[in-house]
Every structure is written in C-alpha cells, then in structure tokens.
Design a binder for this molecule. Structure first.
Ligand SMILES: [Zn+2]
Length: 433
C-alpha cells in the first residue's frame, strides 16, 4: 500500500500532492527543497521486510520495489578504541555479507536507486539522471529491473568503475561525456535531454525519494540503537545524504521515542575542492565565488581522492539546504586531504577488516581530524556513515562492465542535436543509438 504524504515547501510552506516527478515549489521565491510530510508520524518498522522496505511508511512510493540489499549497523570496538571514542557506530552501506551489508553496487546508491524507482511513474516517460559514477550502475540496474526507460549520463572516466550485476535492458542507456569532463558536465547534458518531451530529470538532491531513501540509514541506526546519535558523520559532495539524515532525525524527534536532540552533523569535504567548507567558515549565506580559473577548478575536481564528491554547486544557501541543516543541528564542516583519506581507507581495512571507498575514507579522515581537534567528545554517540565499501569482495562476484550507448565530446555538451539524438533512440523500435 502506498504511504500517504504531501510534499511541503521548506521556503513558503505550500503543500502538494505528489505526481511522482515534482522537484520544485511553484511559489515565486528562490529555489528551495521540498520535503515529504507523511501521515504516519511515528517510526513504523515492517519487521517482515528487508532493506529500505522496513521503513516504507516513510518512503514516497507509488510502485512496488524489491530492495537490492541492506545497510549494516554495528558498534565498532577496534576503530572506536583507536579514535578513543567510547560509542562509535558504523552505518555500512556497501557489500559485506558477513556483517549483513548486501548492496550490489557496494555503495549507498542502490538504496537511492530503489527509492527513486519506487517513486517514478511507470507510464513510459524516460528518467534522466546524471551521475559521478556510483548512481549510474545502481540506477541503470534498478531501471532495467523495473522496466523504466532511462538515460544515465556519466563523465567518461567514471565508466571503468561501473560494474553491473546483470546486463542492462535495451531501454536503459548510458551516455558518457568525454574528455576532461566532471559531474557538473554530466548534469548539464542530462538537463538538456530532460527538457525534451517525454523525458524527466531525476533531480539529484531535489528528488525527495532520493533523500528519503538514504535517510533510512539513520532510521536503521535508531532502530538498532534505540536512540538518535549525538553526531552523524558524512562525506559530502551534493550533500543529499546529510540533508536526508537531518530530515529523518526531524521525523524521529517528532516520534518522541528516540530523544529530542538533533544529531550534530559533522560533514566532511575532500580538500582542496571544498565549497561547503569555504562558505561555512566564511559564515556566508551562499557559496563563495572560487578564485581559481576554470581549468584549475576542473583539475582540482578530477584530482580528488573521492571524485564523486567533486561537485562545485551543492545546494548550500537555499531553504532546507546544507547551511540550514548545519545551523539547525549545531553541526560543523571539516576537510580531509587526499593523503588523509587514503590513510583512513588503509586504517579502516586494517582495523575493521574490509576495504572502503575513497568518499568513506574522506568521512573517516574528517572524523579523525575532528576528534584530534577536540570537536567530538569521547563519550559522544557517533555514527560514521560509510557510504561505500566491500568492492573487493563484490568484484569477485559480479563483473559485467557496461558500454556507453553514446560518448558526447565535452565541447558538444550544449549542442541540441546530441540531446535529440539520445531522445530519438527511444522512439525507434530497435531502441539503439
Ligand atoms: Zn514554496
């Protein structure tokens, strides 16, 4: 049964019945996030379900989905001892079956993909999504499974990291942006395709399904621990995961059984590409203009240990955005260098026994920096969100690498003809490019 909910604008308070694709408020104000407002006001756990479906009463779903896997929640002794934290918990979204983490892309993106596929109408319209890599595999796989036509746009260099559990359906196409492209270039092309008739932009952070999906990670922690944490540690690029955790915490506080205090968000960016950190330190209401030239900025984004965190335009100053959740939660932003992130990945593998993705290394390195700086007290209940890990175990099991249906040269990203070419391939019976 579909949960009953409204979409509520965080700027003007307007409410909307969800049509499955709405991303923005119609009000005449600056861009703002919409939030789901569920009729169900307390956490209802479906004990018989697995993965995100345990919390389906708080998912904006209109279609049945089967969760691709589960989050693992456990209390860490080894890493906790090393960091001198008495209550360190790991929320592990990856592939680590012995701990109970079974996400096939070895990242949290499977969770987002299931949530997005559960909301998107299955009426023949084509879902268009931009990805820095992880979302691509997860969403392409989910759309193939549910027979949702989709265009997934990625920077070309992300292709080599994509691994699928099964071949894609013919109406799910991967488009690569060539040359020196970044996540922001993939977004630019995806937005072009999505302007065409019958195509719908997935929306990234603005998609409530994406956020409520990943918000289940905090719900899973609170179900396991019986409380909200004092700190929630998360590496951020677009900040969707952090906003999602905050929104899930607001719901749990309204429930009343998990405590009354919002978890402080400790957000970590991969230096030197750290627009949120710069803006937060400067106490700025919006992102601070970057001093470097375009080429330097591109090189910087591509040189990150965690390239998936490389977006330069996260939703920072908007209503419901990163600045507002940091302020509401009494949170903070720290940075981790590439070297610190790599050290943290090795540390996690040594102490916890599994490989983690660079973005998760950034999160751990940021936590380590914050502990050493005295920002996080020893006795605090801390959740470290490991957003990806276990790829080495997973790679042994799955090995289909997708080929792009089309590679668009970076210089042609804004050319209408190429977007139309992608669109036309969905109208032909052969569905080929
Ligand atoms: Zn509004």
């Amino acid at each position: 049964m579909s949960p009953s909910y409204l979409l509520r604008c965080t700027a003007c308070g307007a409410g909307y019945q969800d049509d499955g694709v709405r991303l923005h408020c119609d009000g005449r104000h600056a861009r703002a996030l919409l939030r789901t407002e569920y009729a169900q006001r307390t956490l209802a756990v479906d004990e018989t379900a697995g993965g995100i479906l345990r919390y389906e009463a708080w998912l904006p779903h209109r279609n049945e989905v089967e969760p691709s896997g589960s989050t693992a929640i456990y209390r860490s002794d080894a890493l906790g001892d090393f960091l001198d934290l008495q209550n360190l918990w790991i929320a592990f979204n990856g592939y680590w079956p012995v701990r109970g983490a079974t996400l096939p892309s070895a990242t949290f993106k499977d969770i987002e993909a299931d949530a997005i596929a559960g909301r998107f109408p299955r009426d023949g319209r084509v879902l268009v999504v931009a990805s820095a890599g992880n979302t691509a595999a997860a969403l392409a796989q989910a759309c193939s499974r549910y027979d949702v036509p989709a265009v997934v746009v990625v920077p070309e260099q992300a292709l080599e990291r994509l691994r699928l559990t099964a071949p894609l359906a013919p109406n799910v196409k991967i488009v690569a942006i060539g040359d020196d492209s970044t996540y922001d270039d993939a977004i630019a092309f995806a937005e072009r395709v999505a302007q065409l008739d019958g195509f719908v932009f997935e929306g990234g952070t603005f998609n409530v399904a994406r956020r409520d999906g990943i918000g289940t990670t905090l719900l899973a922690f609170s179900e396991a621990a019986g409380e909200l944490p004092d700190y929630y540690v998360q590496a951020i690029g677009s900040g969707a995961g952090a906003i999602a955790a905050h929104e899930a915490a607001l719901r749990l506080i309204e429930d009343g059984r998990y405590g009354a205090r919002l978890p402080r968000l400790l957000l970590v960016q991969n230096a030197p590409s750290a627009p949120v950190y710069e803006a937060w330190r400067a106490k700025s209401e919006s992102l601070v203009e970057e001093a470097a030239d375009e080429l330097t900025l591109r090189r910087r984004a591509r040189g990150l240990a965690a390239t998936v965190l490389g977006t330069r335009v996260p939703p920072y100053g908007i209503a419901g955005g990163i600045r507002s959740i940091l302020t509401e939660s009494g949170g903070d932003v720290v940075v981790a260098t590439n070297e610190q992130a790599c050290d943290a990945m090795a540390l996690f593998a040594e102490l916890e026994g599994v490989d983690i993705e660079p973005a998760a290394g950034v999160a751990l390195a940021g936590l380590r920096n914050a502990v050493f700086a005295g920002i996080v007290p020893q006795e605090a209940v801390v959740v470290l969100h490991v957003t990806g890990g276990g790829r080495k175990i997973r790679n042994g099991a799955f090995s289909v690498t997708p080929l792009p249906a089309l590679t668009v040269p970076l210089a042609a990203v804004r050319e209408p003809r190429l977007a139309e070419l992608v669109a036309a391939s969905f109208n032909s019976k052969e569905a080929t490019l």
